[in-house]
Write a protein that binds this ligand. Sequence first.
Ligand code: ATP
Length: 317
Amino acid sequence: MPIPFFHVIYNPVAGSGNAKAVWGVISKALVDRDVEFALYESQYPRHTVLLAQQIAKTEAAAGSVLLVIGGDGTLNEAITGLHLSGNPYHLPIAYIPGGSGNDFARGVGLSRKPIEALDQVLGATAAHKLDIGKYTELQSGKRGFFVNNFGIGFDAAVVNAANRATSKLFLNTLHMGSLAYMAQVIRILTNRKPFAVEVTANGRTERIKDAYLCTTTNHPYFGGGVRILPGAKPDDGELDLIVVDRPNLVVFATQAIASIMGKPVKSPSRHHIRASRFEISTASKEFAQIDGEDMTEQPYRIEIGVDSQDFWFAPQK
Ligand SMILES: Nc1ncnc2c1ncn2[C@@H]1O[C@H](COP(=O)(O)OP(=O)(O)OP(=O)(O)O)[C@@H](O)[C@H]1O
């Protein structure tokens, strides 16, 4: 099987500059290995959506591959662009993580080391399908996708605060991006109020009145390596929703540490639902995050479902 032509979308600001170093290594390896590619650099937020649309509609040919170099947000934008274009040449997506969290790579068995990830991409002989989440905000009709998770409440408040924290840049230079989230945890734990959430899935409606976090996930990881749901699988055609009730500080800290250490967390204060479709609503204004990107603080009424996306990388051995 010949190596395909790669249309490369590269986000130089992902991972607070980490993607720049990754692209330095990858561009050299592509040239050394005689791999043909065309480069498109993301110039501003959400430019990748347009680039992916333009590539899919006018630049691509059958058999070529869209290679994304950046973080999970850049990957999300590329998938959004492909879906908006109708993807007439059925471009699959290859990905080399260069973000700060890189949860998607963790969750789907793609190496976070650039050359190992490139070996997986160049070692692929066919596209394979993985799940992605899709959502519709029922009030506004706004639609989108997520590769990792859609979170409402605590995780979203942490993302919101961490994205604004000046310490994130410093922590990223130490390759400790997830600490940017952890540093906000205690402060937000003591400030955030629990909220009422209604979840409909598998023909049942559950009302949880003291929710602290309500996250729908495609694979086990969120927040830069926290294993929130070890059993979630990105290829089972379903998503996993977890609602955590208002915890007391000791219980929450114990659970958070267990999650970070990759240990299973069992607790009566967690509600877990696996389904291919969810309706979630909150009466109060809450923060939300999609793949680590902030959403407006508002009352949410959303429908979440599963879509599938062709990816181009060989599974990790
Ligand atoms: N040239 C640019 N200047 C400023 N922002 C950009 C530019 N190109 C893309 N962006 C924005 O950069 C943001 C961050 O990208 P991304 O999520 O890929 O990196 P990250 O947050 O470091 O990684 P991760 O999500 O894995 O933690 C995205 O919101 C994207 O729209």
